[in-house]
Design a protein around this ligand. Structure first.
Ligand SMILES: Cc1cc2nc3c(=O)[nH]c(=O)nc-3n(C[C@H](O)[C@H](O)[C@H](O)COP(=O)(O)OP(=O)(O)OC[C@H]3O[C@@H](n4cnc5c(N)ncnc54)[C@H](O)[C@@H]3O)c2cc1C
Length: 411
């Protein structure tokens, strides 16, 4: 069967690419190995910039079926010793809490409504391109021919792996890959109202288990989403279940979790960071979302970047279809656009991640005393700041706080 575009993977990146391509009249096949609705280990925090997508904003505003489970208006960043806390109550939403099962299914539905054909429960086993065509082969031996393939299969995407081999790109390195584990607990609305408030406070505990990462609690409507993560090679060295239990015990001791809660189904997934693949396009191929490593190295936020890369890809591919030119040169502007829009910011966040992990106590202490720095920290965490342009301003503020609070010891 022939299509203009086959999208491999129906997560946020693939479904969004399929939706916007279909709206432009492109014949799209969207394929996923899982049957939907399917779950995905995730915090489910959609930072406020997600409302740049009209269809998401409208759905959040109008949907009565709990599409957005809760809105987080307050963020706490806690230092490893728990002696310092940057506590910020916002007047506008920091992020929207969703359940991935529902959210991802809704995104697939948007793509179908726009005209995309959806094939679920079908694993793509192999892809290849020639000058004349692109070919997608399923594990059950079915085969599809198209003009362009979008690789949206997440961290271990089969299309990105093909591109890596074809273009002789280096394999993923330790610091390009993280891992996070998560579990959701039904603790009831009354508990969450009482402990986390109507502002649905989110809490981040830096360097849990001494990892270069953090543990989190996101408070949804009546469930708590609790997890932690760090670099893959560090996670491999620790007892993951035991460290999760330690975090639950810490939360219980401090009243953030009912004493009767026990971990039963902890789940983990990889978190690929920006820079994990140097080239995100090739002849007849575009890579989007986690497959391309579009995740904040500071926070692990990836849903917005997955969706936006899907949208950018749809614009570039539809232009290529108009020109009937699917060569790498024709698709190259995809990479230029995402780098300009937020790619450089994600790279700059890698620097702030390193700094935060080196001096977490100092940073959280400064953030707890300096209102301006507090706002900057929160903006960095919710991806609401032009990090690459503001880098030196942020650094000078931190240096100033170092003199104020550590050298002259005021405040
Ligand atoms: C524990 C954890 C917590 C996180 N918390 C947050 C958060 O709070 N906020 C946030 O913004 N981001 C978070 N992230 C990151 C976020 O989950 C990802 O960035 C996001 O899911 C990327 O979307 P995607 O569409 O690129 O990939 P995915 O969501 O991984 O979707 C890929 C899809 O491709 C399918 N697929 C894979 N291989 C094949 C194949 N061979 N054939 C067919 N289909 C295939 C899969 O079944 C899947 O449906 C978290 C990640 C983890 C691991």
């Amino acid at each position: 069967m022939n299509y203009d575009v086959v999208v491999v993977g129906a997560g946020p990146a693939g479904s969004t690419a399929a939706k916007f391509l279909s709206e432009k009249g492109v014949k799209v096949l969207l394929i996923d190995k899982d049957k939907f609705p399917r779950d995905k280990p995730c915090g489910g925090g959609l930072c406020e910039h997600i409302t740049e997508f009209d269809h998401i904003r409208e759905k959040i505003e109008t949907d009565t079926s709990d599409f957005s489970d809760s809105i987080c208006m307050r963020g706490k960043i806690v230092s490893p010793s728990a002696q310092h806390t940057t506590d910020y109550l916002s007047e506008t939403p920091l992020f929207h809490n969703v359940r991935r099962k529902k959210f991802d299914y809704a995104l697939v539905q948007f793509a179908i409504d726009a005209g995309a054909e959806f094939l679920e429960n079908c694993k793509v086993k192999e892809v290849f391109t020639t000058q004349e065509k692109a070919v997608v082969k399923l594990a059950n031996s079915r085969e599809f021919i198209c003009k362009v393939i979008v690789g949206a299969g997440g961290a271990y995407d089969v299309v990105a792996n093909y591109l890596r081999k074809k273009e002789r790109l280096r394999e993923k390195r330790g610091k390009d890959f993280g891992m996070a584990v998560v579990e959701e607990f039904e603790v009831g609305e009354e508990f969450i109202d009482r402990v986390y408030g109507k502002e649905r406070t989110s809490m981040i505990n830096l360097k849990h288990a001494n990892l270069n990462g953090y543990a989190w609690v996101f408070s949804k409507h009546d469930i708590l989403n609790i997890g932690y993560g760090g670099f893959n090679d560090e996670m491999k060295k620790i007892d993951i279940k035991n460290e999760f239990k330690n975090y639950l015990d810490f939360l219980k001791r401090n009243g953030y979790l009912p004493k009767w809660i026990e971990s039963k189904k902890l789940k983990g997934a990889p978190v690929p960071f920006v820079g994990n693949i140097k080239k995100t396009y090739a002849d007849r191929i575009v890579i989007v979302g986690d497959a391309a490593g579009f995740v904040s190295p500071l926070t692990g936020e990836g849903i917005y970047y997955a969706m936006d890369s899907g949208k950018i890809a749809s614009e570039i591919i539809s232009k290529a279809l108009e020109k009937e030119d699917f060569g790498a040169q024709s698709l190259k502007s995809y990479q230029n656009i995402w780098r300009k829009r937020w790619g450089k910011d994600l790279e700059a966040l890698r620097f702030f991640h390193r700094m935060l992990m080196k001096w977490p106590e100092k940073f959280v202490k400064y953030g707890s005393r300096d209102e301006k720095l507090k706002k900057i920290f929160i903006a960095l965490f919710i991806g609401n700041i032009n990090t690459s342009r503001m880098k030196w301003k942020i650094i000078s503020r931190i240096v100033m706080d170092f003199f104020v609070y550590d050298v002259f010891r005021r405040g």
